[in-house]
Write a protein that binds this ligand. Structure first.
Ligand code: ZN
Length: 431
């Protein structure tokens, strides 16, 4: 598969966050262009006597001026209709890139999908075939929309899914960068069978260092391991990668979902841990939650309720070894602090909620404006708005579901103001 497929997959995943939707879309783009952003519809290569690169260059440097109106399919989605080609050309010009730049085309594609009202469908898609059919019939609209064509496009989508979907899973499973000693144990199931949504904290019953734990778990006859271990000095070891299932809590069901942590402790009641170990434990829990996309760590003291609880995608649940075996693990010291650990880690995870990157801000701003643009005007202004439309002063833009959007609730820019004033001046003959 080509490099462009990977670029397109990653870009679209960042927007759609649903592999099935991305696959359905990508199969269609592949059918259109082979995912070559400079692809010019083959019949026009011959008609113009230009290969893809020469056509792209000529459009970029202005030597070829008929890009908008030449009816030749071009780019990832084989944009053909003049207004779409014009929008693409304007978009590339505004970004200062080649018309054939893949990132430009992907962003433009995303804007178009938004204005066609297809983004929610892609995000919620549960079958590649149906997502692919929707894109085929509502977005690409080729002449051939036969069942055979639908099947072919969905099959392309399936191939991309097979190639990239699992890879994403591996990429999202990372390990803690707080680890200072790694000694991988043979005692594990690889890979784990479930996504991570639990943390299980254990006590070692002994003030063991990460090195000592690593040595212990390296023995295949012990049938035991943990993902991480915290030493009495707060140093952290890793024995089983997070992508794998450790043998730690006497429950495969739990350990398939849990990141397990052995914490160095006293070997007598209440199995206290050092302040350094406790502090490192909090840091490690926070780190595990962050990397796994969790914003809440929950402690539900009632065993049955906790085990029956289905966490939301941003929630992580604490479980304890004593629920699965006749043991006191994690010992009274850590058991009585589960609530405190959950609370403190959650506080940290939500602390920087207010901090927003510039890109996030822009995304939210676009979202907010889309909301405003889709909203109807207020009642009080209805007469004024109707007048503005019928007099041609406000002409509206983006066509959504066959309906012109007048965007009365959205902000007005100075250039829009200038256009309206200009229309008004012409109307009253004062231009
Ligand atoms: Zn335990």
């Amino acid at each position: 598969m080509n490099q462009n497929a990977k670029i397109a997959w990653d870009y679209l995943m960042s927007k759609i966050q649903n592999q099935i939707g991305v696959a359905g879309l990508l199969g269609n783009l592949y059918a259109e262009s082979g995912l070559q952003p400079t692809n010019l519809q083959d019949t026009y290569n011959k008609a113009f006597g230009l290969d893809d690169e020469a056509y792209t260059r000529a459009v970029d440097n202005g030597a070829y001026e008929n890009f908008v109106n030449d009816s030749a399919g071009y780019g990832l989605a084989q944009w053909t209709w003049w207004s779409r080609k014009k929008n693409l050309l304007d978009f590339a010009t505004s970004r200062g890139t080649s018309i054939g730049n893949i990132y430009t085309q992907l962003e433009f594609l995303w804007d178009e999908l938004s204005s066609y009202g297809l983004t929610a469908m892609l995000r919620g898609a549960t079958s590649i075939r149906s997502a692919s059919d929707e894109i085929l019939t509502k977005f690409e609209r080729p002449l051939d929309q036969s069942d055979k064509m639908k099947e072919i496009r969905a099959q392309y989508g399936q191939q991309f899914y097979d190639e990239f979907a699992n890879e994403d899973g591996e990429n999202t499973m990372s390990n803690s960068s707080m680890v200072c000693h790694t000694h991988i144990s043979p005692n594990k199931y690889s890979p784990r069978a479930k996504p991570i949504d639990r943390i299980t904290i254990h006590c070692v019953v002994g003030q063991a260092s990460p090195e000592a734990l690593g040595h212990l778990f390296a023995d295949p006859k012990r049938y035991a391991s943990s993902n991480y271990g915290v030493g009495p000095d707060g140093r952290i070891g890793m024995f089983v990668e997070e992508k794998d299932c450790s043998w730690c809590s006497s429950s495969r069901l739990n350990d398939d979902r849990a990141v397990t942590i052995e914490t160095a402790s006293d070997n007598f009641h209440p199995y206290a841990v050092t302040d350094a170990a406790y502090a490192a434990l909090l840091d490690l829990c926070e780190d595990i939650c962050r990397r796994n996309g969790k914003r809440k760590l929950l402690w539900i003291a009632d065993k049955d309720k906790a085990l029956a609880y289905e966490p939301a995608t941003d929630e992580m649940v604490l479980t304890v070894h004593r629920w699965f075996a006749n043991k006191s693990c994690p010992g009274e010291y850590l058991y009585s602090r589960q609530g405190q650990i959950a609370e403190e880690v959650t506080r940290r995870l939500q602390e920087d909620d207010e901090e927003m990157t510039y890109d996030q801000f822009k995304e939210y701003m676009n979202q907010y404006r889309e909301e405003l643009q889709a909203a109807d005007g207020s009642d009080w202004s209805q007469d004024d708005c109707n007048w503005a439309i019928s007099s041609g002063l406000i002409q509206g833009g983006g066509n959504v579901n066959g309906k012109t959007q007048y965007m009365f609730r959205d902000f007005m820019t100075r250039e829009q103001l200038a256009a309206v004033l200009h229309r008004f001046a012409k109307k009253i003959g004062k231009e």
